[in-house]
Design a protein around this ligand. Structure first.
Ligand SMILES: [Zn+2]
Length: 314
């Protein structure tokens, strides 16, 4: 059967982590938690006031605003709940308090994406948008932040990536501010950086429950948040393990898999600033089922940790 050393490795290379995300894991994406004190790299964080934006009480409030005079992009949360803002802007230079935000190529254009958690009744002046405010090519996704419920961690003794090619860097784990904080279904997901085509492995015995590998594109534009590829395994413990962003599947629905079996090849399909494996485990197959905290061996993965891969003994 299988031998495994399942523990985070102590390597000298400890990457910088901010808000639960490895700092260099998402070129072109800038994230900020405006729920914590201080404005971070934003220009300002203020209590929301209708009059600041030419609105009167009772007016419909837009999610965001670019001032036509000074080009300041503001995120407006007039609600009583914290909200998550993902905003993508093509082909513009965006300047925040610490300088120009990075961009990266996406669908042949230059794209910058923002991920900002905004507390209730708050407006965040995020950055200055260069050029004509009326012609900005902007897309956004704004949702209420659903706080995760307390769930018991599930423990698995097989890591989802092989020893060959490792060790593997966990780039984002529970609550990471890049893309794991807004929905209970993804809150406890874990990301591991890996080149496209890396085998992904069943973390326990089970049956292939769903295969969706129809998509091919990936990038940092917010539209990528709504399409991805995934293979889901119904594990024999009754839980569902969903492997996301993968390039191809090695299985079909109904196939029986043993722990350590290859179920597909990793990729960069969907919201992927870089190729990686995103894994989440749920108690049911329902679309909005909350993810549960994951343990491999005796450790919960955290961003910035290196993990040894799964080594099957002969
Ligand atoms: Zn992820």
């Amino acid at each position: 059967m299988a031998a495994q050393h399942l523990a985070a490795l102590s390597l000298d290379d400890r990457p910088k982590v901010s808000d639960g995300v490895v700092a260099d894991a998402a070129p072109g994406v800038a994230w900020l938690d405006a729920r914590t004190p201080g404005a971070g790299w934003a220009l300002s964080v203020e209590p929301f006031d209708e009059s600041d934006f030419g609105l009167e009480e009772g007016d419909a409030v837009p999610d965001l605003n670019i001032d036509q005079e000074d080009g300041i992009l503001s995120l407006l949360n007039s609600s009583q709940r914290a909200r998550a803002y993902h905003v993508s802007i093509y082909d513009r230079t965006l300047t925040a308090s610490h300088g120009t935000l990075t961009s990266c190529p996406c669908r042949g254009r230059r794209c910058t994406t923002l991920s900002v958690a905004v507390p209730p009744r708050t407006s965040v002046d995020v950055c200055e948008v260069e050029g004509d405010a009326l012609t900005v090519d902007l897309a956004s996704d704004v949702v209420d932040i659903v706080e995760p419920t307390e769930l018991e961690a599930r423990t698995y003794d097989v890591f989802p990536l092989p020893s060959e090619g490792g060790p593997w860097l966990c780039t984002q784990a529970s609550g990471g501010l890049l893309s794991h904080y807004a929905h209970a279904s993804t809150y406890h997901a874990v990301d591991f950086r890996c080149p496209e085509g890396t085998p992904c492995l069943a973390i326990a015995d089970g049956v292939i429950h769903a295969v969706d590998v129809a998509n091919e594109d990936g990038g940092i534009h917010v539209s990528e948040l709504f399409r991805w590829n995934a293979v889901t395994v119904q594990l024999d413990d009754g839980f569902f393990a969903e492997y996301v962003h993968i390039r191809s599947s090695a299985c079909k629905v109904g196939d029986r898999v043993r722990k350590g079996d290859i179920i597909g090849a990793t990729g960069a399909v969907g919201f992927c600033p870089e190729p990686h494996l995103h894994l989440e485990v749920h108690a049911s197959a329902a679309k909005d089922a909350p993810s549960v905290p994951l343990r491999f061996g005796d450790r919960v993965p955290r961003a910035g940790e290196w993990w040894d891969g799964y080594a099957a003994s002969s």
